[in-house]
Structure formats: structure tokens, C-alpha cells
Design a protein around this ligand. Structure first.
Ligand SMILES: [Zn+2]
Length: 326
């Protein structure tokens, strides 16, 4: 039995995947999903304790114990740093100590331990692999989703935060701390104003302008409400969403121009729940860009849809089709 852990800035989800079972589309079968809001109060190890409690709960439901798990894949929002040789999470939407009290998170954490407490609880026989959630989602999309035939591609999540996983010439990019793809913390616009404080401390970076967590602070409307109003035809909301697409479109174009990508697949709660409205508007952003670079480039919705987070974690500990392993 394998376990999948999906750690986001808003929720933590766990599910089990029995070995060797696949559905009609050739995808592994996933068990029932347990999900809770991400813990952001208490001691620094509160998050790892939450993950372990959910894992024990999922195991109990299957009549097994933690020590019966063969492998645990953890797809976590990043970035990471290495603390005493083990990965810790330094995520701007979890760690309140990065941008300070103005950001409004209920803690002063600057990093939360993850690898060390999980390794200690799971024991040495259990395979444990932790990766950035967008790198993991990219691997899952390459195995079972919309990127199966693409060697130069990316996965982008538009959710609480903005994150990217990148693959060039068949090689997934990681970088010196496994943090390649944190393009949400790059700058593409001079707009922003006082409300555009990212949890990382930057003002006016892409995440501070368009991420789900930023909209209420910056323009006074929650992402869900703003998008719903745009879909229903409210002109002011549509103008706001057009501007979000303009900023995110610039980021996507920059990735294409830098890495010569052929396809990007999009997921994340903000995108997924409004994909029919957002996809054509994001595609439109490529129309006025340098044709030599964007011709032949495609923007698509994640093939794994709302389950991309669960499959992401599983992809980390799966024996995958050969195309993903190059
Ligand atoms: Zn940032």
C-alpha cells in the first residue's frame, strides 16, 4: 500500500493507493480522501503532526498500521530548505514569520520541519519522497495526464499561491534546493500598490497580484466571488479578471520564451473551478507575443483535473511509464 500526501497553503489531504489497481483510463485507483484545513497555529511541528494523524486515520480505515505502508509520496507547497540535512517547508502562505504580522498569518514560523518528523514516524523501511507540489503534479501530468507526449512542458497551479513545475528536453528541473519553478515570486508588472504584499516579503510579484490569497487583500473581493461575478457577466469583475489573465499570461509567455516549451497544463482551485472562463482568456494572451516563440505552444487544462494533487503525490513513489522517467 502506498500513501499520497498533498500539502497546500489552504488544505492538507491524504489518501491511500493499493498496489497494482488501475481504472479504465489506466490510472492508479485512489482510496478515500481525507482532507483538513492546513494547520497554521501552535508549535512548528503542528503541520507534520497533522499529516501523521491523517495518515494514521487513513490506515485505520483500511485496517492497517503506519508501519504497513510501503511508500509515502508527499507533494508539498514550497519552497524548501534543508535543516540538519532534512527538508523543511518555507511556504509564504503557511509561515507567518517571513513577511511579518502585516501579512496576517497566526504564527511567526520561518520554516516548518517535514522530512525529519515523517521519517522518524514511518521508519527506515518505508520509501519517503517529498517534492515541490508543482514538480510532483508535472510528473503526474506526464505519466497519466495532459503532458504524456511532451518533453518540454510545464505545469502551473493557480490556487492559494502560484507555482510551476518545469520539464525541458525530458528532464524535470529541480535546482540547488529543489525550488526550480517558483515563478510566482517573479515580477512581470509595476502595478500592485500597498495591498500587494506577498507572503514571501516581495511587493508586486506575480503571486501577490493574482494568487487566490491575494485578491481579497488587494482588490477587496475573494477569488471565488470575483470569478463567479465575472462568469455571470459583471463588467467590473470581468475587467479585474482580464487584468489577472494579463499578468499570468505574461508569466506564461516568459516561461515559454525562456525554456522553449511546447505545452503547459493548468490546475489549482482558482483555475479549475473557472476553467471554461479562464482558458480562452489565457490563450488570448499569447496572441500579441513573439510568434517565433509562441507558435506551436499550447495551453491546456490539467488532464488529471481536480485529482491532480493526489496523483502528484503518487507519481513520486510510482513505477511509471518509461516516458516519465527520462
Ligand atoms: Zn512572493
Amino acid at each position: 500500500m502506498k500513501a499520497c500526501v498533498d500539502i497546500g497553503g489552504t488544505k492538507v489531504a491524504v489518501c491511500l493507493a493499493p498496489d497494482g489497481q488501475v481504472d479504465g483510463q489506466g490510472r492508479p485507483v485512489l482510496g478515500e480522501r481525507l482532507s483538513e484545513p492546513t494547520i497554521k497555529e501552535g508549535a512548528e511541528n503542528a503541520l507534520s503532526e497533522q499529516v501523521l494523524r491523517l495518515l494514521r486515520q487513513a490506515c485505520e480505515a483500511e485496517g492497517i498500521g503506519l508501519d504497513d505502508l510501503d511508500a509515502v509520496g508527499v507533494a508539498s507547497c514550497g519552497p524548501f530548505l534543508k535543516k540538519d540535512g532534512a527538508l523543511a517547508v518555507v511556504n509564504p502562505n503557511i509561515c507567518g514569520g517571513l513577511a511579518g504580522p502585516e501579512r496576517g498569518l497566526p504564527n511567526d514560523w520561518t520554516a516548518v520541519p517535514l522530512e525529519q518528523p515523517l521519517r522518524a514516524a514511518l521508519g527506515g523501511d518505508c520509501q519517503l519522497r517529498i517534492e515541490n507540489d508543482c514538480v510532483a503534479a508535472l510528473e503526474a501530468e506526464r505519466c497519466w495526464g495532459a503532458l504524456q507526449d511532451n518533453d518540454s512542458c510545464a505545469y502551473l497551479t493557480w490556487s492559494t499561491g502560484i507555482g510551476v513545475g518545469l520539464c525541458v528536453d525530458g528532464r524535470v528541473l529541480r535546482g540547488k534546493n529543489g525550488n526550480a519553478g517558483h515563478a510566482g515570486h517573479t515580477f512581470v508588472s509595476d502595478r500592485g500598490g500597498d495591498g500587494a504584499l506577498c507572503g514571501c516579503g516581495n511587493r508586486g510579484d506575480v503571486e501577490s497580484l493574482v494568487a487566490g490569497n491575494a485578491l481579497a487583500r488587494r482588490i477587496g473581493r475573494e477569488a471565488e466571488e470575483l470569478l463567479a461575478a465575472a462568469v455571470e457577466g459583471e463588467e467590473q469583475a470581468q475587467a479585474e479578471v482580464d487584468e489577472l489573465c494579463r499578468v499570468l499570461g505574461r508569466l506564461i509567455y516568459n516561461l515559454v520564451a525562456t525554456l522553449d516549451l511546447e505545452k503547459i497544463s493548468l490546475g489549482g482551485a482558482v483555475y479549475w473551478h473557472n476553467r471554461d472562463y479562464l482558458l480562452p482568456r489565457l490563450r488570448q494572451q499569447m496572441d500579441d507575443k513573439f510568434p517565433a516563440l509562441v507558435d506551436g505552444f499550447e495551453i491546456a487544462t490539467a488532464g488529471l483535473g481536480g485529482q491532480v494533487g493526489d496523483y502528484a503525490a503518487l507519481a513520486l513513489v510510482s513505477e511509471r511509464p518509461a516516458a516519465c522517467c527520462r
